[in-house]
Design a protein around this ligand. Structure first.
Ligand code: NAP
Ligand code: HSE
Length: 432
């Protein structure tokens, strides 16, 4: 680090040069002069750690920069700032901690790590007096974490609703618009660099749950970790559900929803595929685009929208963080990430939603009233019924009014036990 001259030099060490790391390295090289022009800081990539230094790497990167030992980067005297793009929690967590303890600011895109160990890492950064920035960890290129930490710091945020996983949103869009099958849509998302190294996290809701934990922690100033977030993914969604949803005027989206309730500040946090009205702003978020919708007391409703996945959009957010952290390092300051006390969670069973329920039943007199009677007994009120069938069987779709999850679960259990009910399809929540 050289300060006090017209141009200050910050030496960057990079951990990981895979899908995101390689694009970040390219962008850093491409944008170096522009960053220097605007900030007076020259960002120089001096070391890159990878698992296998013999693999081919982008041509623009000098082979001499690469090492197979990541500790050569985090402990090096000639590295001022570390960028972690390895992913996972164990090796990455130890490396980030080592870098922070050595007084190096860290920028990471690792949502899994921040959603699991954020409070400990923020404390380590604060003790060392350096920054830990992670804008790319939640909805990639969309600047949302810095606005939550800075612009909206004094706001009373009551609700966060987002489409926060680019892979699943891309898949749902392509499955609906082009009729792609699940595996084909996933392969395409992987090819475009949207998916995680282990893509099951994208489709089972784990990636979205990590991002929601990060967003909720900053929005509500309460420590929310990934395990606090209830989650259901997009695996097992049936083509028939897409068709029926469309018939009722809805799209199906994987939503991440966190809410802070007025009573005692309990928080509910869930990720689930949901029916969303086609006139809702989030319904227009397609492909790998993401959006986060905030409800606040003074600013009202705010929506943040943009590319939520992909190496280049992620590299943009990472470079923004690197520039910010470099600037703070040269000024000898850092920004404390507020770590609230652990969130008091409202159990999922007490959260209230409207539901879409599809049941296959025997076609016979009295079946409909038998089924609606079950809902009534458990206090779940039906808003719309749609029945379609042949001489021997019928498919009934119910859209309900809001009811707590425990009431719906009890109704479903009883429904599944009825002899004239042949099956109950996947139940989806309806987002208002
Ligand atoms: P990736 O393609 O699997 O790349 C991982 C890189 O880390 C590889 O270069 C690998 O080396 C290196 N590596 C792994 N273990 C290492 C170790 N112990 N020491 C040194 N290097 C090691 O992963 P990715 O898709 O780029 O994801 C990186 C991070 O970005 C993840 O945290 C992910 O969640 C996050 N992210 C991804 C996106 C996206 O759109 N894809 C967006 C935002 C955030 P080799 O090349 O030798 O194998
Ligand atoms: N796999 C992630 C997604 C990358 O699809 O959203 C961006 O965090």
């Amino acid at each position: 680090m050289t300060a006090g001259t017209a141009t200050a030099r910050i030496r960057v060490g990079l951990l990981g040069c895979g899908t995101v790391g390689a694009d970040f390295a390219r962008l850093l090289v491409d944008r170096r002069a522009a960053v220097e022009d605007v900030t007076g800081i020259s960002l120089e990539l001096v070391r890159i750690a990878v698992r296998d230094p013999r693999k081919p790497r982008p041509e623009a990167l000098d082979a001499e920069l690469f090492t197979g030992d990541a500790y050569d980067v985090v402990k090096a005297d000639d590295v001022d700032l570390v960028v972690e793009l390895i992913g996972g929690t164990s090796a990455a967590g130890e490396l980030v901690t080592t870098a922070l303890e050595a007084g190096k600011p860290v920028v990471t895109a690792n949502k899994e790590l921040i959603a699991k160990a954020g409070p400990d890492l923020f404390a380590a950064a604060d003790r060392a007096g350096v920054d830990l920035f992670f804008e790319a960890a939640a909805v990639a290129a969309v600047p949302i974490l810095r606005p939550l930490r800075e612009s909206l710091l004094a706001e009373d945020v009551t609700r966060v609703v987002g489409i926060v996983n680019g892979t699943s949103n891309f898949m749902l869009t392509r499955m609906t618009a082009d009729g792609l099958g699940f595996d084909e849509a996933l392969a395409k998302a992987q090819e475009l660099g949207y998916a995680e190294p282990d893509a099951s996290a994208d489709v089972d809701g784990a990636d979205a749950a990590s991002k929601l934990a990060i967003l909720a922690s900053l929005a509500f100033n309460r420590a929310v970790v990934a395990d606090d977030v209830g989650r259901e993914g997009i695996v097992g969604l049936d083509r028939e559900d897409f068709e029926l949803a469309a018939r009722f005027g809805y799209d199906i989206k994987l939503l991440a929803v966190a809410e802070r309730f007025p009573d005692g500040h309990a928080i509910g946090a869930q990720v689930f595929p949901a029916l969303i009205g086609r006139d809702h702003p989030l319904a227009s978020v397609r492909d790998s685009f993401n959006a986060v919708f905030l409800t606040t007391s003074a600013a009202g409703e705010l929506m943040f929208y943009g590319h939520g996945a992909g190496p280049r959009p992620s590299a943009s957010a990472i470079l923004g963080d690197v520039t910010g952290a470099a600037d703070q390092l040269l000024r000898g300051t850092h920004r404390r990430i507020p770590v609230g006390s652990p969130a008091r969670l409202r159990p999922a069973r007490d959260l209230v939603h409207s539901y879409y329920v599809r049941a296959d039943v025997e076609e016979a007199p009295g079946v409909l009233s038998e089924v609606t009677g079950v809902f009534a007994r458990h206090g779940v009120s039906i808003r719309t019924v749609d029945q379609d069938g042949s001489e021997s069987r019928a498919r009934i779709v119910f859209l309900t009014f809001p009811a707590p999850e425990h009431a719906l679960d009890d109704a479903l259990e009883e429904l599944r036990g009825l002899s004239r009910v042949r099956g109950v399809g996947r139940v989806l929540r309806i987002h208002k």
